[in-house]
Design a protein around this ligand. Structure first.
Ligand code: ZN
Length: 550
């Protein structure tokens, strides 16, 4: 009896306190709260500091809106090398690294055969919307699930997932294996295409979009600066031929850029102009309209990569008026895109994250002119001399296939045939490479733990090393040095300019604030998974950034 009274009392208290709580703020939702739409934005080659380098000239509604309404993780680093596009997009969406997800470069060597593989090559599929080789692409080389795959799995494939980017790898890898579609741009016919991996025919809305000849429409407008050229005070003089590459057919790397005359029917020129990003966001809006993304009962996911920033950066370098103008225009486009999403889905009903696949170095000539150590490493010369040395000793020609991804890719078939001792061979290579003045370290991938290098490098080398797809020795150049051309820039190293990326979240479920503790590119997917209450991708090694989430 006593127990019964006690139980009744306890129950009454529990009910009372629960209802008191309900009155405060906890109304249990009938359905699981989630955003209507998740939008992933990867800005190709956007260094973290670009959020601030051009901050004063950004509009209210673009990058500034993300920073002022959303949550920024200010110290987000890439935890592997090489820092290139395919790996960046894969790692953002899988929370994983090349050692596990298998995308070991934009191109990588299948070590068993010595054959080169492009990250999204798939000989078993064909283009849809074109008959060119540009459509023989799929995510099959990616060995793990993406957060977009996990959303599809979590909702029994009721969520729609679409990937969009000028670059095939920027659209395909983020959208994952189970995507409804990925679209990318084919220079051959100046149209957005897909592959038979996803579909047999382009949807009518994509055909309609292509029929407007979107690239030509933009290129015919020419590329002038948004503001008077002399107001671009964050950049070197417009005519800096020592630092900038120029368009083919142009006299100088200067504005106005007469794209209407220079493109000569080659729609692919749009890639190296800010219009490539504008056109990508146009297609993203068309996808939201026509696929009714965010209009259903479950969360949809639109993965967009903005590739033109990378093409412009490679050609003109980070200190060019062209790069500055490209970011000012992207900012304007993003502001318009967010306003569109507000109108379509309602402000606060969608979540956006913005990050980058890698950053970029300064142009070496620009640094040299300012007395900062830098230079272009001539990898082909080194390869020739290395092969000569090995040939003299082992009497075998071409023992190193290439030094791509700053790795020694051996001709393993020849080594097996000659029954050579790979340990001795690697030792010879490392001895040679370490005498090169531009090389800081040459590390045997199988003995990374024993190498006398900072732990930060050790982790990045191990994470980047996929035994089946990476070279046997990692080369780490001195800061400021890269393998590439004299003008423009490139990326691929561990250094902050390549590896420190922006990471900003905004919208449904996101707090306002900022974080300075170290976070990683691999934390993005698990954070999104946490937000959506879905499983992290199956190769995930990242950690959800709890500070971001409400
Ligand atoms: Zn990239």
């Amino acid at each position: 009896m006593k127990i019964k009274i006690l139980l009744t009392l306890t129950f009454a208290t529990a009910v009372f306190s629960l209802s008191a709580q309900n009155k405060r703020n906890v109304t249990p939702a009938a359905t699981l709260p989630r955003p209507k739409l998740m939008v992933g934005l990867v800005v190709d080659q956007m260094r973290w500091d670009y959020l601030y380098r051009y901050y004063d000239r950004y509009q209210v509604g673009g990058f500034k809106r993300m920073l002022n309404e959303g949550f920024t993780c200010e110290n987000t680093l890439i935890p592997y090398i090489p820092t290139v596009t395919a790996i960046g997009h894969s790692s953002i969406y899988t929370g994983s690294v090349p050692a596990i997800h298998g995308i070991a470069g934009n191109d990588f060597i299948i070590q068993a055969t010595g054959k080169s593989m492009y990250c999204t090559d798939d000989s078993t599929v064909n283009a849809v919307g074109s008959d060119s080789k540009a459509g023989k692409m799929s995510p099959r080389n990616l060995l793990v699930s993406t957060v977009t795959d996990e959303l599809r799995l979590a909702t029994n494939f009721r969520s729609k997932v679409i990937g969009i980017a000028l670059k095939d790898r920027g659209g395909i890898l983020p959208a994952g294996h189970a995507a409804n579609a990925a679209y990318w741009f084919d220079d051959a016919n100046g149209a957005w295409i897909s592959s038979t991996y996803y579909m047999t025919e382009l949807p009518v809305w994509v055909k309609t979009f292509n029929a407007t000849k979107p690239a030509e429409k933009y290129l015919k407008q020419d590329w002038n600066t948004l503001y008077p050229v002399n107001t671009y005070v964050q950049s070197a003089p417009d005519n800096s031929p020592r630092y900038e590459g120029k368009f083919s057919g142009a006299d100088a790397p200067t504005f106005p850029i007469k794209t209407s005359e220079l493109y000569k029917g080659k729609a692919g020129m749009i890639r190296s102009t800010p219009y490539g990003n504008s056109m990508t966001l146009d297609l993203a809006k068309a996808a939201i309209e026509n696929e009714k993304l965010g209009a259903g009962t479950v969360t949809d996911f639109l993965a967009v990569s903005l590739s033109s920033t990378d093409y412009v950066g490679h050609q003109f370098g980070p200190n060019s008026v062209e790069a500055e103008d490209t970011y000012l225009r992207l900012d304007k486009d993003l502001a318009a895109f967010f306003t569109y999403l507000d109108g379509k889905l309602g402000k606060g009903n969608y979540t956006v994250f913005l990050s980058a696949d890698h950053g970029a170095a300064h142009n070496p000539n620009f640094l040299i002119d300012h007395n900062i150590p830098a230079g272009v490493w001539k990898s082909s010369d080194v390869l020739t001399r290395l092969n000569k040395l090995l040939e003299d000793k082992y009497k075998v020609k071409g023992m190193v296939l290439n030094l791509d991804n700053y790795q020694v890719n051996f001709n393993n078939a020849a080594i097996r045939k000659e029954n050579l001792n790979t340990d001795v061979l690697k030792f010879d290579c490392i001895q040679f490479l370490q005498q090169e003045p531009q090389i800081a370290y040459a590390v045997d991938m199988q003995r990374v733990q024993a190498a006398t290098i900072p732990d930060e490098l050790r982790t990045r080398i191990q994470n980047g090393y996929n035994a089946e797809r990476s070279g046997a020795i990692q080369i780490v150049l001195k800061p400021g040095w890269f393998s590439g051309g004299q003008t423009g820039t490139t990326h691929g190293t561990w250094n902050p300019y390549d590896a420190h990326i922006p990471l900003v979240f905004m919208g449904w479920g996101i707090k306002h604030g900022s974080l300075t503790r170290e976070t990683h590119m691999t934390d993005i997917a698990p954070t999104v998974a946490q937000l959506l209450h879905i499983q992290a991708p199956n190769g995930n090694i990242g950690t959800a950034i709890g500070e971001v989430l409400k």
